[in-house]
Design a protein. Structure first.
Length: 337
């Protein structure tokens, strides 16, 4: 007779024909050292992402405030608009173009601020990184193409945004290019604890600090406009009753600052006079010695009569239209003829 096999033994053998030995079980189980290393690596990863988010978010928020309240690119004033294009560097030309439209400057600041604020929170950090990358890609392009001194700075910020996007690159490609369903991230990129809650407080502090700096600066860049504000072309100039052909005489007169009159001479140089204007008495005095009376025979025309450098002088000035209103639904082509 063969060996006796108990039902218990037969069932165990049928269910597990190759029983696991003690050494195999020890090998399959995770070792405490490996588990500790995994936890440490996860903490380093989340902490590193938190530092990246903080560095990029605070920089974008500060820059965004300075453009949302348009003080980063100063507005163009009459003397700026009279400057010859050939005298400007590429960077100065770009700053002038952006400063000419405060609404556009505010829009770019709002985009940067939005990206920075979204980076402050773990759930919206990916969207914030995408917005910041788009903003910084354009900033890097302008910096290199217009030779701005901020090339390295904006390039580093773009690199930070790409580092934040790198772990999600496969999911972003599936979503935007391959039209595939995208599952949520396996592990949310959050450090948790007090350090992650501190980031929104830092962002709020940068917003308050940026506004405290930008608001007074905005007032300095937009002082009250003096009477006759703008640029005036000298249409007629007579000295001692004869039309003057002296190249050192006036070509343009600019009322920009409250107590000054800036004049560009025919030879191209500029001269500034201290101005004392009396609207009630219809007089103006230059450098406390040349006194003129003025009349406004029609809108946009100013006639000065008096003595300049000891000689009887009469000048007829006409206001120059240096820029048109900032927005038109329908543009009149005759304005650009």
């Amino acid at each position: 007779p063969g060996p006796l096999i108990s039902p218990l033994t037969a069932g165990a053998g049928a269910c597990d024909p190759s029983p696991v030995t003690t050494s195999q079980a020890e090998t399959a189980a995770p070792r405490p050292e490996a588990a500790t290393r995994i936890v440490r690596d996860e903490r380093l990863y989340t902490g590193f992402r938190l530092l990246l988010r903080a560095a990029l978010a605070l920089a974008m928020i500060g820059s965004g405030i300075a453009r949302l309240i348009p003080v980063q690119m100063p507005p163009l004033r009459p003397l700026d608009l009279l400057q010859r294009l050939g005298e400007l560097t590429q960077g100065e030309l770009l700053r002038g173009l952006i400063g000419a439209s405060p609404v556009f400057q505010s829009f770019t600041g709002l985009a940067a601020l939005l990206g920075g604020v979204l980076l402050l929170f773990s759930r919206t950090a990916l969207l914030g990184a995408l917005i910041c990358a788009a903003n910084l890609a354009m900033a890097v392009t302008l910096a290199f193409c217009y030779d701005l001194p901020s090339k390295l700075y904006v390039s580093c910020l773009l690199f930070l945004s790409l580092l934040l996007l790198a772990p999600h690159l496969r999911r972003l490609i599936d979503l935007f290019f391959l039209d595939r369903a995208v599952e949520p991230a396996e592990a949310p990129p959050a450090a948790g604890g007090w350090s992650d809650r501190l980031l929104p407080l830092l962002g709020l502090g940068v917003i308050a600090w940026g506004a405290a700096v930008a608001v007074p600066r905005f007032g300095q860049l937009h002082p009250p406009k003096p009477p006759f504000y703008g640029a005036w072309a000298v249409e007629e100039l007579t000295v001692d009753g004869e039309e003057s052909a002296d190249p050192r005489q006036w070509r343009w007169a600019v009322f920009q600052d409250p107590d000054a009159l800036d004049v560009e001479l025919r030879i191209g140089s500029r001269k500034r006079y201290a101005l004392d204007l009396d609207r009630a008495g219809k007089t103006l005095t230059l450098d406390r010695r040349a006194r003129f009376t003025f009349q406004e025979p029609e809108e946009g025309v100013l006639v000065l009569e008096g003595r300049l450098d000891g000689r009887r002088t009469r000048a007829k000035l006409r206001r120059m239209r240096l820029s048109s209103p900032w927005f038109h639904w329908i543009t009149d082509p005759s304005q650009y003829e």
